[in-house]
Design a protein around this ligand. Structure first.
Ligand code: GCO
Length: 408
């Protein structure tokens, strides 16, 4: 079988902070600008997608894609706890309208790593107040935008902080990063309460993230928005090396399983997989010697996607959407090879009766890869960040054809 089911969704993804530029009210902005920053470089103007979304979305349509997953930026919509920006909401209405004009299904993420600075300096996700704060934002954004949205992803990779915290704990007790605490002090925040999504104590944050997803989903649906609502997870394909069986099982439950279980009954689960992780008796191991690796240092292992789809579908019982899959590489031919193998795995899942509804490639264009800065190239489209010219790579044309034909 090389054809995908009728109505299968084909798209590409971005996240606001990674492409829009100028996200100055967010918690990441001071972290990136700090003199002793843990980030390779600041996001700055990024790909200026905030202003160029129109031509970016038009390009997606030309290439043959039917969907676009992007995030709305909480820090723009609610830059102060007591202020919601109508102008920011109007901006995202225009983005959504542009998608619809171009026949592109909009899939909207409400939280993709960055948060408003006021939220993070006051405990962020570690504090229980996060649940109501997030739900309030969901309600406002849902009311303003919900009629135009086709799919909602509440929180991107809600399990990722827990993975970082657990990996640290396998070596030493988790503690707040000194350099992040320095940034907190420099902006007059209490370092004990300053908890950015990726760098806080996830043992405290994880239950709040799950509760915020649930309450946010209810708030969005209550506005009359009829879009399916789900969470997206950084799904890990753990492979036990000899002696690592118990550890792999433990990690699988902690990082994948408990989240899948919590999502039972949801409209869908978003699966996001890039590689696999080999596990030894004491924890995760680096890619095997001699294995091909990507710019992120991950093993080139497209079959990880098939494994995580199977795991997510089995444990959650939910329909699956691949909301991210891709590769950081300068060699675009390897991107095509990677994606083709990953898609063959998706087809095997479908052949086995698993309800997989779509494939969204990360990423539409080369963009800001968080701590790594602009070095890793995940894009189907190349971006000259001086002129902001876009140039589709061969992989963009290739995947666009697959999308048009709904077949490999
Ligand atoms: C994530 C995020 C993206 C990344 C992508 C590549 O999965 O970490 O959703 O923001 O850029 O995964 O690493």
């Amino acid at each position: 079988m090389t054809s995908f089911p009728k109505g299968f969704i084909w798209g590409t993804a971005t996240a606001a902070h990674q492409v829009e530029g100028g996200n100055t009210a967010s918690d990441f902005w001071p972290l990136e600008m700090a003199p002793n920053s843990i980030f390779a470089e600041p996001s700055g103007d990024a790909c200026d997608h905030y202003h160029l979304y129109d031509r970016d979305i038009a390009l997606l349509q030309q290439l043959g894609f039917g969907a676009y997953r992007f995030s709305i930026e909480w820090a723009r919509i609610q830059p102060e706890e007591k202020f919601f920006s109508q102008a920011a909401l109007d901006h995202y209405r225009r983005v959504l309208g542009t998608c619809l004009t171009h026949g592109i299904i909009p899939m909207v993420t409400f939280h993709h790593f960055t948060s408003p600075l006021w939220f993070t300096r006051d405990g962020g996700w570690e504090d229980k107040s996060a649940v109501d704060r997030f739900a309030r934002y969901c309600e406002r954004a849902g009311k303003a935008l919900g009629d135009l949205i086709a799919y909602v992803c509440t929180i991107n990779e809600a399990n990722l902080p827990l993975m970082f915290t657990r990996y640290t704990e396998l070596a030493r007790p988790w503690r707040r990063s000194r350099r992040i605490s320095e940034v907190a002090r420099s902006i007059g925040a209490d370092p004990e309460r300053f908890a950015p999504f990726l760098f806080g104590n996830a043992n405290l944050a994880a239950p709040n993230l799950i509760a915020a997803h649930k309450k946010g989903a209810v708030a969005i649906k209550a506005t009359g928005c009829t879009a399916p609502v789900g969470i997206t997870l950084a799904t890990q394909d753990f492979h036990a090396e000899p002696g690592g069986e118990a550890m792999a099982k433990q990690l699988d439950h902690h990082i994948n399983g408990q989240f899948f279980e919590a999502m039972r009954g949801d409209d869908f689960v978003g699966v996001q997989t890039y590689s696999r992780t080999r596990v030894g008796a004491r924890g995760p191991l680096p890619a095997a010697e001699g294995a091909e690796t990507t710019q992120m240092g991950y093993e080139f292992y497209p079959e990880g996607l098939e494994a995580t789809i199977r795991n997510a579908a089995k444990v959650s019982g939910c329909p699956i959407i691949v909301t991210e899959n891709g590769i950081g590489t300068e060699d675009d031919a390897r991107r095509i090879a990677y994606t083709e193998r990953a898609l063959k795995g998706v087809l095997r899942c479908i052949a086995d009766g698993i309800d997989v509804r779509g494939y969204i490639h990360w990423s539409m264009m080369d963009n800001y890869e968080w701590r790594e800065g602009y070095r890793p190239r995940f894009g189907l489209i190349e971006v000259d960040r001086t002129t902001q010219q876009r140039k589709p790579k061969p992989s963009a044309y290739w995947l666009g054809e697959v999308a048009k034909h709904n077949a490999l």
